[in-house]
Structures are given as structure tokens and as C-alpha cells.
Design a protein around this ligand. Structure first.
Ligand SMILES: [Mg+2]
Length: 175
């Protein structure tokens, strides 16, 4: 079986949706996902870095992120034809380990937890495909990268792009 490695935040889990709830509450703002189009979060506000860090360091923050639409059924389908690995750069947010693990067990119970890879540098990942919203992870990846569309990467070109999970399904149906 070929292997597909899948990132969590902004691919399986809607990190931005939850972060914006906290951001808007704490900065008394009304930022929508649409307004972030083409932007990195840090462009929103010079004080964002410390606020973001506080959220990331909260061990429960990642426990209730919304699941990306259609990801559960498409990952389940793919798991019948491919070996699925979940590869998250969790070393950037060490407080999140337990919440990320529990989130995967809750929403993707059909996945084998032995295939959860909490890592830093994803170039160590030996898979045929990597679905990720951060193109930097493709630089030294030996397989095929699939750039999952997120507001911060909409202007990036030169990558195979998937806009949502239905497009992921379509991509693999064509192989
Ligand atoms: Mg990500």
C-alpha cells in the first residue's frame, strides 16, 4: 500500500475557526475567515503573537477544534486503499500533545494511533503523498506534496493544490 501523510491543523482540524473566536473576544473585533484571505494571522495585529502563544500553550485549546468538512469520510475511504499517517508539527506546540491525540481518537476512531506522528521537521516522513497547508514541508519531502488551501497560502503557486476534502477525494480517484 502506498502511504499518505496528512497534517492536522488547517487540514483536518479548523484551527483558524477556533482561534478567531478567541481573537475576536479578546480584541473586541469581528474578523472573519474571509477577511483573512491571502493573509498570515500575524498580519492582523502587532499584539497577536503573544495572544496566539497563550492560546497555543493552553493544553485544552486543541481538544475541541471543529473537524474540516468531509475529512472524516474521505480519510476513511482513503484508509481502505492507502496507509494513512497523521503528521503534525506538534513540537511547535508541545502543550497540545494530549489534546491532539484525544481529538484524533474522537473524530478519526478508525485510524491506528501507531500511525500518529508528532514531529517537528517533516522531511523525516517517508510517505508517497503529504497533504499539508504549509508548503515549506514539501521542500525536502521525497513524495508528492498536496497543498491544502488555507487563507495564508492562497497566493502560493507551483504546487499541486487541493481546495477541500472533496478535491482530495477527486485527486486520489484519478490515480
Ligand atoms: Mg497545518
Amino acid at each position: 500500500m502506498k502511504r499518505i501523510a496528512i497534517d492536522m491543523d488547517e487540514v483536518m482540524a479548523d484551527f483558524i475557526a477556533k482561534y478567531l473566536l478567541h481573537y475576536n473576544r479578546d480584541f473586541n473585533d469581528n474578523v472573519t475567515h474571509e477577511r483573512l484571505h491571502g493573509m498570515h494571522l500575524r498580519q492582523l495585529n502587532p499584539e497577536l503573537e503573544s495572544h496566539l502563544r497563550k492560546c497555543l500553550d493552553d493544553p485544552s485549546f486543541f481538544g475541541d477544534l471543529p473537524v474540516m468538512p468531509n475529512s472524516q469520510e474521505v480519510v476513511r475511504e482513503l484508509s481502505e486503499r492507502y496507509e494513512i499517517f497523521i503528521t503534525t508539527a506538534a513540537m511547535e506546540v508541545p502543550a497540545s500533545f494530549a489534546a491532539k491525540y484525544n481529538w484524533l481518537k474522537e473524530h478519526f476512531p478508525f485510524l491506528n494511533e501507531m500511525n500518529f506522528v508528532f514531529c517537528g521537521d517533516k522531511s523525516i516522513i517517508d510517505a508517497d503523498y503529504l497533504i499539508d497547508d504549509n508548503s515549506r514541508h514539501f521542500k525536502r519531502f521525497k513524495g508528492q506534496g498536496l497543498l491544502y488551501t488555507a487563507s495564508h497560502n492562497v497566493h502560493e503557486t507551483g504546487f499541486v493544490r487541493v481546495n477541500n476534502w472533496l478535491e482530495v477525494r477527486e485527486y486520489f480517484a484519478g490515480i
